[in-house]
Design a protein around this ligand. Structure first.
Ligand code: BEZ
Length: 324
């Protein structure tokens, strides 16, 4: 499978995927650069720490998370098993968002970016009819295997009209970087009048240390990480303005830090969620990059609480908006 993709393909695809993002994100890019500077200023010699890297990923605690299970194709490719290992916490931490949704029996709900369907299932268990939408064929297949009515759909090109009482989205909107306004317009169209859009995504400053470490490590290899960065983490006021411009009334919106314990060290997270960055390098250079980034982050993320649990520096943006 890998042999079908040359490094040139990978780089070309990454550039193509990243190019339209500038439309939405010039301002955000400035913020990212600020984050990188701030993290650098507060970091104890990440490059020196990187030299302490020992062993290989396969030999350490993430043996089961080695690249073998995450196919190194262009862009982000989801592997349902790796996602279950390294990303199960995403659904486990969604209880407050489900409370905000407050699903009622008989409602029709669209789960936008449904992933492997764990939350779609929970919403359905409240008596709702749930449609899952996701842009990953692998995750749609995993959701269907759970019995979810999941469909392969680009969230930036939703085709539903007046079809749902609620659109729910957890930890997915930040992947729809190319055209956030198209996402919001599609959600607005998909809702019945009075329907609600209840969502949580990464907010401004999300994974700032992880992002900065990736930017630094790639810069040392001559790669401009901004050109392959797949994430959109807006400030609350920016996203609220987009919602209102599309015809939503924002009932609640909050942005807050939520340090998030990882199931292992940060390498499993990087292999699962940071593929766009890794694929900007030739295959042989990716594992050294992951090890270097991990060691750069160890003093920042690896020592937040006693017991050596790695805490990712998540910032959440959570909101309820109603179609007027
Ligand atoms: C998040 O949920 O904030 C997130 C997950 C993976 C990559 C980036 C952000």
């Amino acid at each position: 499978m890998d042999a079908a993709f040359t490094d040139a393909d990978v780089l070309d695809d990454a550039k193509r995927a990243a190019a339209p993002a500038t439309r939405a994100n010039d301002a955000e890019l400035k913020e990212v650069k600020k984050d990188v500077r701030a993290v650098n200023a507060g970091t104890t010699e990440p490059r020196a720490a990187a030299r302490h890297s020992v062993g290989t990923l396969a030999a350490e605690s993430h043996a089961s998370d080695s690249h073998e299970s995450v196919r190194p194709l262009a862009g982000q490719v989801w592997d349902a098993a790796a996602y279950a290992r390294n990303g199960r916490f995403v659904a486990e931490l969604a209880a407050p968002l489900l409370e905000w949704l407050a699903p009622q029996s008989g409602e029709r709900v669209l789960d936008l970016g449904c992933g492997d369907g764990v939350l779609s299932e929970q919403i359905a268990s409240a008596g709702c009819t749930v449609v899952g939408a996701d842009a990953s064929a692998e995750l749609v297949a995993a959701a269907c295997a759970r019995g979810v009515d999941a469909r392969l759909i680009d969230g930036q090109a939703l085709h539903f009209a007046n079809a749902f009482d609620a659109v729910f989205s957890n930890a997915a909107l930040h992947w729809m970087r190319r055209d956030p306004d198209a996402v919001i317009a599609g959600v607005h169209r998909a809702l019945k009048p009075g329907g609600r859009f209840v969502a949580e995504m990464g907010g401004a400053g999300n994974v700032a240390a992880i992002r900065a470490a990736l930017y630094n490590a790639l810069a040392l290899r001559g790669v401009d990480a901004a050109s392959v960065d797949p994430w959109y983490f807006p400030k609350a006021d920016e996203y609220q303005a987009r919602l209102e411009a599309a015809g939503f009334e924002v009932r609640r919106i909050e942005s807050f830090a939520r340090p998030t314990p990882l199931p292992g060290d940060v390498s499993g997270w990087l292999l699962t969620f940071a593929q766009s960055f890794l694929q900007s390098l030739p295959a042989a250079e990716r594992e050294p990059l992951v090890l270097e980034v991990r060691e750069a982050l160890r003093p920042i993320l690896g020592r937040r609480i006693v017991g050596a649990v790695w805490m990712a520096d998540y910032v959440r943006l959570r909101f309820v908006a109603v179609r007027t």
